[in-house]
Design a protein around this ligand. Sequence first.
Ligand code: ATP
Length: 214
Amino acid sequence: MVKVCFGGTFDPVHLGHIGSAIALSELLSVPVTLLPNGRPSHRNKPAASAQQRLDMLRLACADKPQLLVDSREIERLGPSYTYDSVKSIRAEMDADEVLIWCLGADAFAQLHTWHKWRELLQYTHLLVLQRPGSLEPKEVDLLAFWQQHQVNQPQQLMASPKGAIATVRLPQFAVSATAIRQHFEQGTIPPEHMLPAEVVHYIMAQNLYNLETN
Ligand code: ATP
């Protein structure tokens, strides 16, 4: 078995997340599991609650059999560390099965600030999604770590259960959760190429992102 995971805050989930996850699923020929974090350790408190972010993710994935949602990070108390997630997912897998944790290049460039970041590779591979305008990591320890574990093609990750880092360029979606929240905060509905209609309806029904004050 090969398990591919994609974590994030998803505040809200958008077509950058969904389009990338579908492209990953096609590239690797396996379903992709999306994991919303509970209390992100690297950013401000999300505007939507963990339950609302999970609801939106489930709505966005409902008609997409290749996308799965895993709520373990929001059920865990305390800050959400990817280290804890990969450790707990690995504990459910056989030792020879492949685990791939996907993250955007913007997130990867900050990896050296993550809890037990070097130890992630004891449990999983990392697959870095290139983002428009994203730069290579600059931090020297992270750069050395990347060079030490890098493989050229994402498919090479299938050759071992864990321990390598690959990069992939997928079709690009110029959308961010920040831009979507700003639309709602300014009283405008974001264009439909940004996020699924079901998620827009949910945001409006829940009066999320300060929509009610406009
Ligand atoms: P925000 O604007 O609030 O920072 P975001 O849109 O970057 O949010 P996150 O939930 O923080 O979304 O991102 C989760 C993961 O998805 C990260 O690894 C991030 O790099 C990646 N990601 C975010 N937007 C895109 C996109 N448009 N295309 C591909 N990956 C994306």
